[in-house]
Write a protein that binds this ligand. Structure first.
Ligand SMILES: [Zn+2]
Length: 99
């Protein structure tokens, strides 16, 4: 997979709790990236690999690709889902059965 350019991400170093910043990332799939982190604490110096991935749908997209489909979040109510389907011609077209 090709490397992608996105804003840096920061998490706590798992050893010293100092901020660790991602310096590069690798796209693993349509929903996951691998990130290379370096701890900002010079006394620690830990470098490690992390993963970020999309896991649940909070609202339906206006542009839908089947490769990006995720499970619905349990907090998404039936009424919100029906309203989103009624408001989106892209999604409505995708779920309509063939004539
Ligand atoms: Zn550290």
């Amino acid at each position: 997979m090709k490397p992608a350019s996105v804003p840096r991400r920061e998490i706590c170093c798992p050893h010293c709790d100092a901020p660790a910043t991602s310096s590069k990332q690798l796209r693993l799939s349509d929903t996951a990236i691998e990130l290379t982190y370096a701890c900002s604490n010079p006394a620690c110096g830990f470098r490690f690999i992390g993963v970020a991935c999309a896991v649940r749908t909070l609202s339906l997209p206006a542009v839908f690709r089947p490769e990006g489909a995720l499970p619905l979040d349990p907090a998404l109510t039936r009424d919100e889902l029906i309203k989103a389907l009624q408001d989106s011609s892209v999604v409505r077209t995708a779920v309509r059965p063939p004539p």
